[in-house]
Design a binder for this molecule. Structure first.
Ligand code: GKR
Ligand code: MG
Length: 411
């Protein structure tokens, strides 16, 4: 089995005006899609963040001709970022698992579960300019609006874990949102609530917020503040577990976290940590260290969502509901055949088919590749300035959605 063809396609997909600590999501979110074909007739697909096409192309020479079953060698040959590798690895595992006639999670050693339970990823947001989207296309600009959005997500998808993306408004607004959400979704009814302001609170603010939230029994505090050491300070004052996808987001962060004990729950992510096999390895580290394991998410299409599904199904240590942005992907905005993957009762089933279990719809892929050429058609910066004329870009840009530099605490 040898890879005979490699195709890398940058695409853009519509995104709603979701608010986070650095601004607003632009109207289009870019992704990079990898496709391979093998000389014995199998195909494989992978997906990752924007701007990874060039580094994947730079590996073309060894990828074409490589046996996708030889994954250890492929990991050694890769030159580039973990994010770029994750798409190539996913495509190789997809093709190799198809040849083995096994679902991907079984091909890499077997599943710990047949389905995965996810968390609702809830945002303050503006209304989408064109009312476009699968869910919650209207505004949610205060705690009441946020609870309404949560109700929509729970009613439509059945999520039991709810994540507040905080850090856009001042901390007292996030506290009020948490209070109202907990009132509406009580712990005794099986609901978990977590909050993530993407490290914009100081140590003192994080402690103050933690003290206020203790009465509402948060599942965890995700990246309230800026570093492993700062989380260790916060932990001296509260028993709420800390979680992170910012200060512990790579294998090189494991040792400092073991030394400083700042983060209790790791949000693994096959894109950031370097592939589906790396997600499993993160699980082993969490088991050894006694840390919890959850899942991080960025906007994704069906290939990444399926890769996350198999990663989570194959990792026994997963013990918190992983995040998923997937509901924010438009109903007709995905690139997989047969429509979007579905949640039921907060859960997504592992597809029964060999490989990832999803196939690329070439027409839909072409449409999103064309959309990229149009460039971002919105000016959502104006929306922010409308509600906060004093707003300034944190990192010198208004891209807002992918944290080129993590923001420093401001509250
Ligand atoms: O999509 O705005 C967002 C999120 O805030 C994302 O950019 C983060 O990477 O989901 C992420 C997180 O949990 O920090
Ligand atoms: Mg986070």
């Amino acid at each position: 089995m040898k890879i005979s063809k490699l195709t890398v396609t940058p695409v853009a997909t519509h995104d709603q005006p979701l608010l986070n600590s650095t601004g607003v999501h632009e109207s289009f979110r870019e992704r990079t899609i990898v496709q391979i074909e093998t000389d014995d007739g199998y195909t494989g697909a992978g997906e990752t963040h924007a701007y990874k096409a060039q580094e994947i192309e730079a590996n073309r020479d060894w990828i074409v001709g490589h046996d996708p079953q030889q994954m250890t060698q492929a990991r050694l040959l890769w030159k580039g970022t973990p994010q770029g590798w994750s798409a190539v690895e996913t495509a190789m595992l997809d093709a190799a698992a198809k040849k083995a006639e096994m679902p991907l999670c079984d091909y890499i050693g077997g599943r710990a579960r047949d389905s995965v339970e996810w968390a609702a990823y809830l945002f303050y947001k503006f209304a989408d300019e064109n009312g476009q989207g699968e869910i919650a296309t209207g505004a949610a600009l205060d705690p009441e609006g946020f609870v309404k959005q949560a109700e929509d997500f729970v009613e439509r998808y059945g999520f039991k874990a709810l994540k507040i993306k905080g850090g856009f408004f001042e901390p007292d607004v996030d506290i009020e949102t948490f209070r109202l959400l907990r009132k509406r979704f009580p712990k005794q009814d099986g609901y978990e609530i977590r909050i993530d302001p993407n490290a914009v609170w100081t140590i003192d603010t994080s402690i103050r917020v933690a003290k206020e939230l203790e009465q509402y029994d948060p599942q965890y505090l995700e990246d309230p503040t800026d570093s492993i050491a700062d989380h260790a300070e916060v932990k001296k004052h509260t028993d709420i577990p800390t979680a992170s996808n910012m200060c512990v987001s790579a294998f090189s962060h494991v040792k400092p976290n073991a030394q400083l004990e700042g983060i209790d729950v790791i949000l693994g992510d096959h894109h950031h940590w370097g592939g589906i096999l790396a997600y499993k390895e993160t699980g082993v580290l969490c088991r050894v260290m006694g840390w919890g394991l959850s899942g991080h998410s960025n906007n994704s299409l069906g290939i990444s969502q399926a890769a996350m599904l198999h990663s989570c199904a194959a990792t026994p240590e997963l013990n918190y509901q992983p995040d998923t942005h997937y509901p924010w992907t438009d109903t007709d905005g995905d690139i997989i055949k047969g429509g979007k993957l579905q949640f039921k009762d907060g859960v997504m089933e592992v597809p029964d088919k060999p490989g990832l279990g999803v196939e690329i719809d070439e027409d839909a892929l072409g449409t999103l590749a064309e959309a990229l050429k149009m460039g971002p058609p919105s000016n959502r910066k104006e929306m922010i300035l409308d509600i906060d004329p004093t707003a300034v870009p944190r990192d010198g840009s208004w891209t807002g959605y992918n944290f080129p530099n993590y923001a420093k605490p401001r509250w």
